[in-house]
Design a protein around this ligand. Structure first.
Ligand SMILES: Nc1ncnc2c1ncn2[C@@H]1O[C@H](COP(=O)(O)OP(=O)(O)OP(=O)(O)O)[C@@H](O)[C@H]1O
Length: 316
């Protein structure tokens, strides 16, 4: 396996009775990536993350963490992972420091290194002044920081965060996003969300899950202008026949859109804009628009997760 791949999920499937929550999902996380797992409510995000974190056994498929199979060598695989579940397992009657010291023991950090690990995670998560505060008395934003601190105590390579900003106010959301970006400098991160700006603000790669299936997986920088400029919009007051537009060199396909404009598909690598403008002027087509629409993450998400594309969920 490529050493760069830290998490390798192959054919992950999970059934709950007759419900197929996740179906045949392949997903990889590479060193240094922050990957956003985006999907509508009930898409299968939490189920996927729980399987990646080794908290839920897949019905089929396997999870390899840094070369360790989660089913065969769970301790070794989990050693490289930190996990913040959707509902962090906090004990409100403990102080922040007591709780993190308890988690350090659970992570099997050697006794002599526990205090240092707790202090370092508290610093990283902006909790240095909160050590003696009861968790019950911390705001939801600080409780979330405590949840993230327990996930990074043992300096794992991979941090998995399930809806890390759910239920926070806008200021707390900004702070947690900044914390996640900082974490991304020293860890590889997978985080789930059903909120697009969340993923856009923090992630370098986005995967979209819908109906338990992975329907999209692409680096964020490739998303703007997703079709590499192959689509053009053309507005003409006196349009010629579509065959004449289609005959312009570099135009592959011509369609009329609902708003009366023309949508052109360009041949790969071709840019017929100049030829179109020249011919429009020469033949008096009344050109009033020639643009290259950009597909945003929102366009892609809406297209891939609209109700009529819902995948069947009943297990066979
Ligand atoms: N323990 C369970 N028993 C039965 N069905 C479950 C269980 N957990 C999840 N499901 C179902 O599996 C599907 C996927 O749920 P999951 O929680 O993974 O989705 P999600 O994308 O995380 O949703 P949300 O954003 O609402 O948390 C849903 O139809 C859900 O109702």
């Amino acid at each position: 396996m490529n050493n760069d791949v830290l998490v390798d999920a192959q054919g992950l499937t999970r059934r709950y009775g007759l419900i197929q929550a996740v179906s045949g999902l392949d997903l990889q996380l590479r060193n240094g990536e922050i990957l956003g797992l985006l999907g509508p409510n009930g898409a299968g995000k939490s189920t996927t993350l729980r399987m990646l974190a080794g908290c839920l056994a897949p019905s089929e498929g396997r999870v390899i963490i840094r070369g360790h199979d989660m089913a065969r060598a769970p301790s070794r695989a989990k050693h490289h992972l930190g996990y913040l579940p959707e509902r962090p397992p906090l004990y409100p009657e403990q102080t922040v420091r007591e709780y993190l010291a308890f988690c350090a023991r659970l992570h099997r950090i050697p006794r002599g290194e526990q205090a240092e690990a707790v202090a370092s995670a508290m610093t990283d998560c902006g909790l240095s002044d909160m050590g003696n505060r009861l968790i019950a008395h911390c705001s939801k934003g600080y409780q979330q920081r405590v949840g993230i601190a327990q996930a990074i105590l043992h300096q794992p390579d991979v941090v998995i965060l399930d809806e890390p900003t759910a239920g926070l106010d806008p200021n707390q959301i900004r702070e947690i996003r900044a914390l996640i970006r900082r974490l991304g400098e020293s860890h590889s991160v997978i985080l789930s969300s059903h909120i697009l700006p969340e993923i856009q603000a923090t992630c370098a790669r986005v995967a979209i899950i819908h109906g338990g299936q992975l329907v999209f997986d692409r680096p964020m920088h490739e998303i703007d202008g997703d079709d590499h400029g192959r689509t053009l919009r053309l507005g003409l007051r006196r349009p010629p026949g579509s065959d004449i537009i289609a005959a312009v060199p570099g135009v592959e396909r011509v369609q009329v859109t609902e708003d009366g404009l023309w949508q052109l598909t360009c041949a790969p690598g071709a840019d017929p804009r100049e030829a179109l403008a020249r011919q429009a002027a020469r033949d008096d087509w009344g050109l009033f628009e020639l643009s290259q629409p950009r597909r945003t993450l929102e366009d892609i998400f809406t297209e891939l997760t609209s109700a009529d594309r819902a995948a069947p969920r009943q297990a066979a």
